[in-house]
Structures are given as C-alpha cells and as structure tokens.
Design a protein around this ligand. Structure first.
Ligand SMILES: Nc1nc2c(ncn2[C@@H]2O[C@H](COP(=O)(O)OP(=O)(O)O)[C@@H](O)[C@H]2O)c(=O)[nH]1
Ligand SMILES: [Mg+2]
Length: 162
C-alpha cells in the first residue's frame, strides 16, 4: 500500500480529464515520434469515448508509413468507429480539413486525428504538423510517448510538439 502510494506520487497523482469542445466536434490530435503507439491510441481513445456514449470518427492523417491507413481502418472496425481516409496522395492538412468537414456533417462528437511520426524530430514533420494543427484548431493535442521515455526527454518532446 505504501509502495503503491509512493508510486502514484512519483508518477504524478493528478489526472487531467479530456477537454470537450463547447460545440461539437471535439477534435483530438495525436502527435509523437514514429512507432510510439499513436495509431493504437487513436483506436483505444475512440473505444473509451464510445463506451461513454460519444460518437467518434477516426481520421487517417499518416500518409507515409506503409499500411498506416489500413492499420487505422482495421482498428476502427475492431472498435466499431468510422474511419475517414483519403489515401496517401492527399496532403495531411487537406485530409484533416475534409475529415473535419465530414465529422461536422455527420454530427460526430469527437474526431480523433492520427498523424505521421518520424524517427527523429525534423523540420518537415513539424511544418506539416503545424499545418494540420492550423486547419483543425484542435481541442486537445495529445503527445504519445513510449513508456521508456524519460521525464526530461518527454518534456523536450512536449515543448517541440505542442
Ligand atoms: N507493448 C505495447 N505495444 C504497443 C502499445 N501500443 C502500441 N503498441 C505496438 O507498437 C507498435 C507501433 O504502434 P503504432 O500504434 O503503430 O505506433 P505509431 O507509429 O505511433 O502510430 C505496434 O506494433 C503496436 O501494436 C502498448 O501500449 N504496448
Ligand atoms: Mg501510426
């Protein structure tokens, strides 16, 4: 019990709730490096929100990683949430714009946008993410980090991405 309490304190005892937009849809943008679990988190989040009675839509904004779109489509099917895709020939900000319009049309409560990561932070990725962010004006931007990421590194990533 003491160990548990100490662990909770160490990891940060406070939980911040997701913020929902005053007028739907709430837009949640997932960001982070490649392979950290962004696409998986999209589906997990949709599943969680769906159980709370919210209608969700996933938007496939990773046009680089092979089969990233298929991966999101399969995960969407598994959790029973629609996935908006435009293939890989449309730039992410355009996918974001169209996906958001579709979510509005369908009266979706929460649109969750998957993005591409890179192995390292590079300017191309950051510029692209900035474009996507500008188009979406997201309610929340969630930075996904691997559990092995240290506190300092996580801070640096948050500073860069958010
Ligand atoms: N062990 C473990 N593997 C995970 C977790 N989340 C995702 N993965 C796996 O990590 C790999 C990369 O995840 P993905 O969601 O595609 O990452 P992305 O590149 O950031 O979109 C996939 O094989 C996932 O199945 C997790 O919480 N634990
Ligand atoms: Mg992905």
């Amino acid at each position: 019990m003491i160990v548990h309490d100490e662990l909770v304190k160490l990891m940060g005892g406070e939980v911040s709730e997701l913020v929902f937009a005053k007028s739907a849809p709430t837009v949640i943008l997932l960001a982070g490096l490649q392979g950290v679990g962004k696409t998986t988190v999209c589906a997990k989040l949709a599943n969680y929100l769906k159980k709370q009675g919210k209608s969700c839509m996933l938007i496939a904004g990773d046009v680089y990683r092979p089969a990233a779109i298929d991966q999101l489509v399969i995960l969407g099917e598994q959790v029973g949430v629609p996935v908006y895709t435009e293939g890989t020939d449309v730039k992410p900000s355009e996918i974001a714009r169209k996906g958001l319009a579709e979510a509005k049309k369908k009266n979706i409560d929460v649109a969750i946008v998957d993005t591409a990561g890179r192995l390292q932070i590079d300017k191309g990725m950051m510029d692209e993410l900035k474009d996507v962010k500008r188009v979406l004006n997201p309610t929340e931007v969630l930075l996904v980090v691997d559990a092995m990421t240290g506190q300092e590194a996580a801070g640096t990533l948050a500073f860069t991405f958010l």
